[in-house]
Design a protein around this ligand. Structure first.
Ligand code: ATP
Length: 345
């Protein structure tokens, strides 16, 4: 049995259709990432799971039991939001103990559970501090400890690292992954950051305009994007808009009603001497070079079409305006209904 089952969830705000017939399952102990652009409906889905918003239609089941009518406090849910929301007048220890006090746990139980969570979240030595005496990353760790203290069944995380600096944010992602594995709690993580979702989640659900575009492991979603939206939202890609011949494939996308998308890693660019089989390549010109630290991002023009690709730092550097040869190894093709039809190799 699945831990969480959502069937046909629908929600309007006035005349605005925010969530459209959304269905998904979550296996116990899994972390699922809801990924998509702002305004797509991710938070609304989370709020309905939490019982903070009621759906117009659809069912929510936890361990096979319908919870639609249960108030939020009876759903066994822990929350972590982006804006900390810690109690400012309470110490770290008191913040973590809060939910246990509400549950009327004994003093001994509270002491033991708080000590356990302080240990688990790496907050030893900070117990007596107030939120304003902590860094953003430390505050979010307190927020996790506070949410986990009452032993919720489900953890809902709404952009928990959005307000944190890039470097610390990166550390917190690995930290969260380990924490979730140790605790073994089913979790839902809302983010609009593709890297964050790819790194943290067991499965990703891509949401756009209130609908599920695709659900799958980060690997599947990256490798086999089901729709052009997913292909362009996760990872980089160029859409083929001009009739070009690339590596023998006629990607005259516009005329055949087919859309083609090409990821940079499937495009190879170089000087003629770098290709063994020149006949398999097309002529191109380097238009832009972006230094990415570990590699170059190269924008190359083939006929009227621009493509992006990477070039490793070990290879001879290219210059803007250089004539080059271009080879495309793979493209994703989508039909008019926007579904993935083929992969051209
Ligand atoms: P974000 O990342 O910006 O939070 P999101 O994907 O989580 O985006 P939601 O917050 O679920 O999106 O919002 C989806 C849409 O529903 C938005 O257009 C929003 O303006 C609208 N919406 C959300 N809550 C309400 C409400 N209470 N009343 C009216 N409209 C709402």
């Amino acid at each position: 049995m699945q831990h969480v089952e959502v069937r046909g969830l629908d929600k309007h705000f006035g005349s605005f259709h925010a969530v459209k017939d959304v269905s998904f399952d979550i296996q116990k102990g899994h972390l699922i990432g809801l990924l998509g652009p702002s305004g797509g409906g991710k938070t609304s889905i989370l709020r309905m799971l939490a019982g903070l918003e009621s759906p117009d239609a659809g069912e929510i089941l936890f361990h096979g039991k319908r919870v639609n009518a249960l108030p939020p406090q009876e759903r066994g849910i822990g929350f972590v939001f982006q804006n900390y929301a810690l109690f400012k007048h309470m110490t770290v220890q008191e913040n973590i103990a809060y939910g246990l006090k509400v549950q009327k746990a004994s003093k001994t139980q509270i002491r033991e559970r708080v000590a356990e969570l302080v240990e688990l979240t790496g907050l030893k030595g900070f117990e007596q501090r107030y939120p304003q005496q902590l860094s953003g990353g430390q505050r979010q760790r307190v927020a996790f400890a506070r949410a986990l203290a009452p032993e919720p069944q489900l953890l809902l995380l709404d952009e928990p690292f959005a307000a944190i600096d890039a470097k610390i944010r990166q550390e917190l992602r690995s930290w969260l992954r380990e924490l979730i594995e140790r605790v073994g709690i089913t979790s839902i993580f809302v983010t609009h950051d593709q890297d964050e979702a790819i790194e943290v989640a067991d499965e990703i659900m891509v949401i756009s305009q209130g609908q599920v575009e695709q659900k799958g492991t980060p690997w599947d979603i990256y490798k086999e994007p089901a729709t052009p939206f997913v292909a362009s939202f996760i990872g980089e890609s160029t859409q083929i808009e001009h009739a070009v011949r690339l590596h023998g494939f006629d990607l005259a996308a516009q005329t055949s009603g087919t859309r083609a998308l090409i990821r940079p890693e499937y495009v190879e660019v170089g000087r003629p001497s770098e290709f063994a089989l020149l006949s398999a390549t097309e002529e191109g010109v380097v238009r832009h070079l972006h230094f990415r630290g570990s590699q170059w991002l190269v924008e190359v023009q083939v006929g009227e079409q621009r493509l992006i690709t990477y070039r490793s730092l070990e290879k001879e550097p290219l210059q803007i305006g250089d004539p080059v040869r271009v080879m495309v190894h793979r493209a994703y093709l989508y039909n008019e209904q926007r579904s993935w039809i083929a992969e051209n190799r």
